[in-house]
Ligand binder design. Structure first.
Ligand code: ATP
Ligand code: MN
Length: 477
C-alpha cells in the first residue's frame, strides 16, 4: 500500500510532501475542486485539479460517488473551509459513478430514503460518523472488560432451551415447510429435525454465561441476539447485539456499580477518541431540531449530554418509590399518560420511564426491586416475597438501556418459581445443577448495544445505528 489515510494526512500534515490518496468524490466544483473522502475521518480533503491541462473526457468522469486515486503536493490552502489541500499532479478514476444513476447526491437525503439504500448510505457523512463511533464503542467495551480481567465467552446463537423467557423466538429448522413430519398426535415431529429437537435463535446468552461465571468467575458475552417481537418502534430490532456480563459473588449493588462504571467508561472513551465525529453529529442534531417547536428540542447538545451522563451519578430508586412518584406526578393527575399509573405491580411503560429520567430526576435512573410478577424466573426473591432483585437502567431519550438482576442461587426457591411460572423444569436441568453444585450469589445484566450507540450518536431511530437493520417485514440486503 503506497497511499495514505486522510485521517493521518489531516491530523499531521506534512506540507510540501507529495502524497497519494484514494477515496470517493463527495463533490466536484467548478471543474477544479474535488472534495475527497476515504472513510477514515469525517473531514474531506480538497484536491485542486488543473483543469486546463486535464483531458476533458477525464474531467467528465469525476462525479460524486466515483472512486479515484490522486497524487499531488500537499500545500497550505488559500481558500476558506480547509487548512490544507492537494495540488493534483496525477489522477485516475478507478471506478466511475454515473451521475444519472448514483442515488447519493450532494444534498440532504431523508433517513427513510437512505434506509432503502442501506448499501450506499455509509458514504454519507452522518452514517460514516455513526459507524465509526459504533466501532470505537465496541472496542471500548472489550477493553473495559479485558482490563478488569473478565473472560470473553462465546455463548451459542442456536439455542435448544426455550425457557429464556425474553420474548418471541425465531425457529431454526431444516424441515420442509411443505412436508412437515408429524408424530402420532399430529404435532410436528422435531425428532426428525437437524438437532433432533426444537431449536431457536437465542434471545439472550445469559443462562449459558451464568454457567461459565460459575467456573471462570467474571465473564461477558457480546454477540447477536434475536427477538421475533412485533414491536415496530424506534428502539427495537429483530436482530441486535447485546453485551452480557455475569459475575460470581456479586450482589445487586455490585452489579449496579459495575453497570454504571461500564457505561461511563465507554462514553468517556468516545469523548476522548471520536471528537470530530461527535462534533459533526452534535451540529447535525442541533440543525435538525431547529425545525421542532422549542419544547421538543433537547435541552442539551449531544456532547454536553454525554458529558452530563459521564460526570453525574445515576439516581438509584426502588420500583416502589418510582410508583409513588409517578402516581403523584402531574401527567398522571391530569391524565396525560396513555397508561395511568394506579396500582403497585404494573409494568412501567416507556412514557413513565422517560418521565422519571427526563422530567423528575433529570439524570439516568437505576430502578431496582421490581415486583416478581413482571420479571423473569431467575431473579433473586427478596425477603418481602413480593419483589425481586432486578435492576433496569433508564436513559434520557431511550428509556431502558440495561436490564439486569441478582440471580436466584437457592435451589428450592428457584424450583418453586419455575413451577409457579409454568416453565418446564426438565429443560433447565443443567441450569438447576449450578444451584446444586457450588452455588454462589451472582449477578449480571444485558446492555443493548444499539441503544448505547443511539445515545452516543444522538440518532433517533435504531434502524440508523446498525449497518443492515432487521425489523418486521424488512430483511433486505
Ligand atoms: P424493552 O422493554 O425495551 O423491550 P426488554 O425488557 O425486553 O426491553 P431485556 O430482555 O431486559 O429487554 O434485554 C436487555 C437489553 O437489551 C435491554 O435493556 C435493551 O437495551 C436491549 N433490547 C431488548 N430488546 C431489544 C430489541 N428488540 N432491540 C434492541 N435492543 C433491545
Ligand atoms: Mn422487550
Amino acid at each position: 500500500m503506497n497511499h495514505l489515510r486522510l485521517a493521518d494526512i489531516i491530523d499531521q500534515p506534512k506540507i510540501n510532501e507529495t502524497v497519494t490518496v484514494k477515496g470517493w468524490v463527495k463533490t466536484f466544483r467548478a471543474n477544479r475542486f474535488i472534495a475527497l473522502n476515504d472513510g477514515s475521518t469525517i473531514d474531506n480533503l480538497q484536491c485542486v485539479v488543473d483543469y486546463e491541462n486535464t483531458d476533458a473526457q477525464l474531467l467528465k468522469k469525476i462525479n460524486t460517488g466515483a472512486a479515484v486515486e490522486i497524487t499531488g503536493q500537499l500545500v497550505e490552502s488559500m481558500g476558506k473551509g480547509q487548512s490544507i489541500e492537494i495540488i493534483v499532479s496525477h489522477l485516475v478514476v478507478v471506478g466511475e459513478a454515473d451521475p444519472d444513476l448514483y442515488p447519493i447526491q450532494p444534498k440532504k437525503h431523508s433517513f427513510e430514503f437512505l434506509r432503502e439504500k442501506a448499501h450506499l448510505r455509509v458514504r454519507t457523512a452522518t452514517f460514516s460518523a455513526v459507524m465509526r463511533i459504533r466501532s470505537v464503542l465496541s472496542f471500548a467495551i472489550h477493553q473495559f472488560f479485558n482490563q478488569k480481567g473478565f473472560c470473553y465467552v462465546h455463548t451459542p446463537i442456536i439455542t435448544g432451551s426455550d425457557a429464556e423467557g425474553a420474548g418471541e423466538m425465531f425457529r431454526v429448522s431444516v424441515l420442509d415447510p411443505k412436508n412437515m413430519p408429524l408424530d402420532d398426535e399430529g404435532n410436528i415431529d422435531y425428532k426428525k429435525d437437524f438437532f433432533g429437537k426444537e431449536t431457536n435463535l437465542t434471545v439472550s446468552g445469559q443462562l449459558e454465561s451464568e454457567t461459565y461465571a460459575q467456573g471462570l468467575g467474571n465473564v461477558y458475552t457480546f454477540g447477536p441476539t434475536f427477538r421475533a417481537e412485533n414491536s415496530n418502534t424506534s428502539r427495537h430490532l429483530a436482530e441486535f447485539w447485546m453485551i452480557e456480563p455475569e459475575m460470581a459473588f456479586y450482589d445487586l449493588t455490585d452489579n449496579m456499580d459495575l453497570a454504571e462504571e461500564f457505561i461511563k467508561y465507554t462514553l468517556q472513551h468516545i469523548l476522548d477518541h471520536c471528537k470530530k465525529d461527535l462534533a459533526f453529529l452534535d451540529q447535525r442534531l442541533t440543525q435538525e431540531e431547529k425545525s421542532l417547536p422549542q419544547q421538543q428540542r433537547s435541552p442539551m447538545g449531544l456532547v454536553e449530554k454525554i458529558k452530563f451522563v459521564v460526570e453525574n451519578e445515576f439516581k438509584r430508586v426502588s420500583y416502589t418509590e418510582a410508583i409513588e412518584i409517578l402516581k403523584n406526578s402531574k401527567p398522571n393527575k391530569k391524565k396525560k399518560f396513555d397508561y395511568l399509573v394506579e396500582e403497585w405491580g404494573t409494568d412501567l411503560q416507556s412514557e413513565h420511564e422517560r418521565y422519571l429520567v427526563e422530567k423528575h430526576f433529570n439524570a439516568p435512573v437505576i430502578l431496582f426491586d421490581y415486583p416478581a410478577k413482571i420479571k423473569a424466573f431467575y431473579m433473586r426473591m427478596n425477603e418481602d416475597k413480593k419483589t425481586v432483585r432486578a435492576m433496569d437502567i433508564l436513559f434520557p431519550g431511550i428509556g431502558e438501556i440495561v436490564g439486569g438482576s441478582q440471580r436466584e442461587e437457592r435451589l428450592e426457591v428457584l424450583e418453586k418459581r419455575i413451577e409457579e411460572m409454568g416453565i418446564d423444569a426438565d429443560e433447565l436441568w443443567w441450569y438447576l445443577d449450578l444451584r446444586r453444585f457450588g452455588s454462589t450469589p451472582h449477578s449480571g445484566f444485558g446492555l443493548g448495544f444499539e441503544r448505547l450507540v443511539l445515545f452516543a450518536t444522538g440518532m433517533s431511530n435504531i434502524r440508523d445505528v446498525i449497518p443492515f437493520p432487521r425489523t418486521p417485514q424488512n430483511a433486505a440486503f
